[in-house]
Every structure is written in structure tokens, then in C-alpha cells.
Design a protein around this ligand. Structure first.
Ligand SMILES: [Zn+2]
Length: 142
């Protein structure tokens, strides 16, 4: 690990904050690495990756096409529903499998874990594996 941005061209940005040294002997230096892991910015990460993508791919290895078959394509979607008659908006949850053409409204208790409900995090839902289990429970899948 290094505390410095790993893009060797980082100083070429020549920003004010990269200036160091005393008069007559000034220079630009790399930024520190930060939010973007080993780089100071998305731009530096991009530049680094463009230069080293072959090396990265050789190291990580290539994978073949990935698929999600129809029977595993379940997920839960969270939506805000606005009722124009009552002017009340409320969260709704839908169990979806587009490959099967299924869009099934479900309750909050079905859509969320106990923990998510307790924390009152409306927008969180069960993961795709749990969504499939729910589909089986509801008789939508086997
Ligand atoms: Zn940088």
C-alpha cells in the first residue's frame, strides 16, 4: 500500500494543491490516495486502468458469459405509491420475475427482513435469494 495516488501521471494535472517546494525550486507532486482506493480521483483511476488493464485481466483471469436462469431471476422492488384520492404516499413492494412475466404485490413483512423493519428502512428489501424463497412460499415458483 502507498499513501500516494498510483497514477504516475497524477502530477500532470498541475493543480494549485499539487505545488510544493520553495521559490526557484517548485514542483508538482502526486495527490494522496483517498476515496477512490489507490487513486486520488476517478480520473486517475481511469487513466491507471487504461494503462494496466491487460496486466489486471491476466492476473484476475477472464470469465465466460454469466447467466441468471429464469427460475433464479426473482427480485423485490420498492416503490413509492401516491394515492391521488387520499393524497397519501406509501411504500409498496413488488415481487418480480420479468422472465416469467410475474409482478406480484407483496406486504412489507414479506419484502423486508425483521431487522430492516425494526430500523424503519423502508427502501431496503430482502436479497434475490430470499426473493426466490418467497416466490416458492407463495406458490409462484417451485
Ligand atoms: Zn491522482
Amino acid at each position: 500500500m502507498s499513501e500516494w495516488c498510483q497514477n504516475k501521471k497524477c502530477p500532470e494535472k498541475k493543480t494549485q494543491g499539487q505545488i510544493r517546494g520553495s521559490k526557484g525550486a517548485k514542483y508538482y507532486q502526486s495527490n494522496k490516495a483517498g476515496w477512490y482506493g489507490h487513486w486520488c480521483s476517478m480520473g486517475c483511476r481511469e487513466q491507471w486502468f487504461n494503462e494496466h488493464s491487460d496486466t489486471c485481466m491476466q492476473s484476475v483471469g477472464y470469465i465466460d458469459k454469466q447467466i441468471i436462469p429464469l427460475e433464479n431471476a426473482w427480485y423485490v422492488e420498492y416503490k413509492w405509491n401516491y394515492n391521488y384520492q387520499t393524497s397519501v404516499s406509501s411504500p409498496t413492494y413488488i415481487l418480480i420475475n420479468k422472465l416469467k412475466g410475474v409482478q406480484q404485490p407483496i406486504t412489507r413483512e414479506q419484502a423486508q427482513t425483521r431487522d430492516q423493519i425494526q430500523r424503519d428502512h423502508d427502501w431496503l428489501t430482502i436479497d434475490d435469494t430470499q426473493a426466490k424463497e418467497l416466490a416458492v412460499t407463495l406458490g409462484l415458483a417451485s
